[in-house]
Write a protein that binds this ligand. Sequence first.
Ligand SMILES: *[C@@H]1O[C@H](CO)[C@@H](O)[C@H](O)[C@H]1NC(C)=O
Ligand SMILES: *[C@@H]1O[C@H](CO)[C@@H](O)[C@H](O)[C@H]1NC(C)=O
Length: 992
Amino acid sequence: MISLQFLSLLMITLLAYHLDAQRHDEIEANALLKWKSTLNNQSQSLLNSWGTNTIVGNPCNNWIGIGCDKSGRVSQLNLSYNGIIGTLHDFDFSALPHLHRLDLYSNSLYGTIPSTIANLSKLKYLDLSENDFSGNIPGPFGLLKNLQFLYLYKNHFIGPIPQQIGLMRSLVEVKFFFNNFTGSIPSSIVNLTNIRGIYLHGNQFSGPVPQEIGLMNSLVEVNFFDNNFIGSIPANLGNLTNIEFLSLAKNQLSGHIPPELGKLKSLLDLRLFMNNLNGHVPLEFDNLTHLQVLTLSVNSLTGHMPQNVCLGGILRNLSLHTNNFVGNVPKSLKNCTTLYTLLMYGNQITGNVSEEFGVYPDLFYIDTSNNSLYGEVTADWAVSRNLAGLLMSRNNLSGTIPSKFGDLSQLLVLDLSSNEITGIFPQNLTNLPLLFELKLSDNKLVGKIPIEIGNLLELRRFTIGGNALNGSIPGEIGACTKLQYLNLSKNALNGNIPVEIGQLKSLENLDLSWNMLSGEVQQELGELQTIETMNLSHNFLSGSIPSSFQHCVSLQSIDISYNQLEGPLPNIRAFQNASFNDLRNNKGLCGNIAGLNNCAPVISIDDGNKRRGKRMLLLVTFSVLGSIFILIVVICLFLIWRSRKRNVVEANERVHQTKDLFTVWSFDGKMAYENIIEATEDFDSRHCIGTGGSGSVYKAELSDGRVLAIKKLHASDDGLDNILKSFTNEIKALTEIRHRNIVKLYGFCSHARHSFLVYEYLEGGSVASILGNDEKAMEFEWMKRVNVVEGVAGALSYMHHDVSPHIIHRDISSKNVLLDCELQVAHVSDFGTARLLKEDSSHWTSFAGTFGYAAPELAFTMQVNEKCDVYSFGVLALEVIMGKHPGDFISSMLSSSSSSLLPSTSSTPPSLISIGNGILLKDVLDQRLPLPTSDIVATQVVFIAKLALECIHQSPQFRPDIQQVSVQLSKEKAPLSDLLSFITLDQLSNFE
Ligand SMILES: *[C@@H]1O[C@H](CO)[C@@H](O)[C@H](O)[C@H]1NC(C)=O
Ligand SMILES: *[C@@H]1O[C@H](CO)[C@@H](O)[C@H](O)[C@H]1NC(C)=O
């Protein structure tokens, strides 16, 4: 009796539970579908598997991006990398109470974060990074008590971090970097007792670095770089016994460095540069034996440099420049064999260089300029075989320049100027194949300039003024055709100015003043087309100024005083603007300058007319510029109006939720076919936006406002239809690929008359078309180019490694990489279809790829693998930074290296050192853009060049995986200032 009652109760309970579960399914499904319906149409079509409002399924039933727990409740929503466009405003978070992971990383979501997100009380992982979110962080966020990972980086958030963050006690990692957050850090963070990493760099946080940080003992990494923090560094940071990375750099911190930081035994990387810190570096820093990186540069620090900074023997980068340090070079540097960069210029350091420094096999760059160092520069520095920069100017160094320096085959910059160096100019220095800048001025060098100077083919800047050199200037210097800056002044050089100086076609500044040069000024000197300043004063030059100077229009300043010159001055700006002091004390110069005699008058009757003509030209130029400006304004207004209009269209679509055409396309082409025929007016050429080997591309604007790119395949090919059909499954799989950097393939139509593939339409056009147009290329600035290369690497990495089966593109080229209208986000097109498209035209030959992008081994083998894509990526990446296809560049590198076209069989990669021949990276970059102004972007460009060169290695086995490339590109790098202006291609392989 009792058991019967019990049984029926149990059954009722079970039934109720079942019904309940079913109801939850529906609530969850409805909430998700409701949100989906607010997204734009393309995003909705990505979520096809979610069903529609009419057929509500179960989210746990293969809905894309949805994960469920054992009890059948939605616990995960992962839509990262989907290019989803929409907001979270209509997301009913309360319907998904079991969600513990919400990952929307790298989409195009915008608007604010609704405070209802706080309903996700079980949430452990929230990633909204790399979207276009804006507004404040809502206070109720604090209710997310179980949240461990909170990632909001790379959005447009503003306002302060709410005090309620202290309630999120489970937080382990907070990444808020690269937003526009303001305000001070709330004290409540002290309650985040599990936190390991706080990343706030690249915002506008202000106020003091809170004391509370020092109480958060669990912290391992703290990055406050590039904010507006003020006040002093809290002493209690010394309690962070687990901290490994601490950056407070580029803020406005003042006061002393607290000695307590010396207690941070685990610290690997400490960055305090670019603040207003003063006082001494505490002696307690001697205890920081795990340091690999220490940067204290650009402050007002005094006293001794930290003496034992390399006591742990693992220091790589030490940067102490631009402070007021006195005393000696850090003691521990003597045996610091791991040293890679050392920057200590701009202090008052004393000491004997030959005793204070040791031998550094890994050293890449050292700058001790502008201190009070003395002693001899020894041959020990020649042990650093990878040394690219040795800068010790403005000290009191003595001794001679070791001829061993001729072994520094990687040396780019040697600056020993303003010291007390004696002896001769060692001929071995002319063996340095990459030498770019050689500064030896203001020393006590004697002897002649060796004729071998002409071997320095890469030399850009050569200054050896202010020494006691004698003899004549060797004509061989004319072989240094890249020279831009030549200063031989204040020596005792005699003889004529060699005519070969007139061959220095890049020369901008020439200073030969204060020597004993004699003879006439040669005609050739006036043929320097790029010369800007020329100083020939204080010599014994005679004769008249050659007429060739009339063409020296780039010349801005000239000084020919104290010579024996005579005759009329050339009629160019530099002479017209010259002062008497620049011309005085000659034999008989004449011209229209106060202090000089007028020459015999030659008055032109046309003078007045000419001047009027000029004024007219000016007026015309201004009015043309004016109308161009107005035209641009009108176009902008039109574009704004159009985008508003489009928003209205989208809003309307949200209301009348139209049936999604795309869902059926892969299976039944009929409806789509008709829509497309209508939109393209039966493939009328007016809608054609490009043609290629495999077909033509049309732009189709559907009646509902959607825009698509239609790749119509050549209809003549009878076999094509069958080919496409036989690939139905593959194409269907490709339509399911969703990645921010891959052009979405919606499906294909195969029809007796026309066959075509249907793609997402991108307004920016292809990289090839942008680089081919000067105006667009200039709009395609460095930051954007960096983003695009990163995007392509990301797309390839995803297809090669993250999807199963892996997909090889086979035809990466600048025509296949399309951009959005802001030229920021790369979209790789024809992924996986390249094979079908290529094969149809050449009837199944195995060669894939575009000429100029195809890996060399394809000429010998039939093997198409990931490494072929890596090669093409390398070519593309070079093209993006060089602004044109690097074909000539690659072949010149090949011809100058010994590496063969055939895949190598040796097991060690032939080094890149043999190729490139000292070409400066900055000289091969797209010259239409000025060099990047930001060190961070410049460093990224250097990395792209380095990785691209590795990717185009002739032997596939030495090319990196695209995944490694992608990871390398997205890593945060320590920018080396001005690196881009001197690094050569050869040097890139040594660069870390
Ligand atoms: C931050 O604000 C400035 C000025 O309004 C703006 O130029 C910049 O793009 C913003 N940064 C982000 C990441 O939104
Ligand atoms: C930290 O948490 C405790 C206990 O909930 C609370 O009393 C205190 O006010 C919190 N501290 C701060 C600074 O918010």
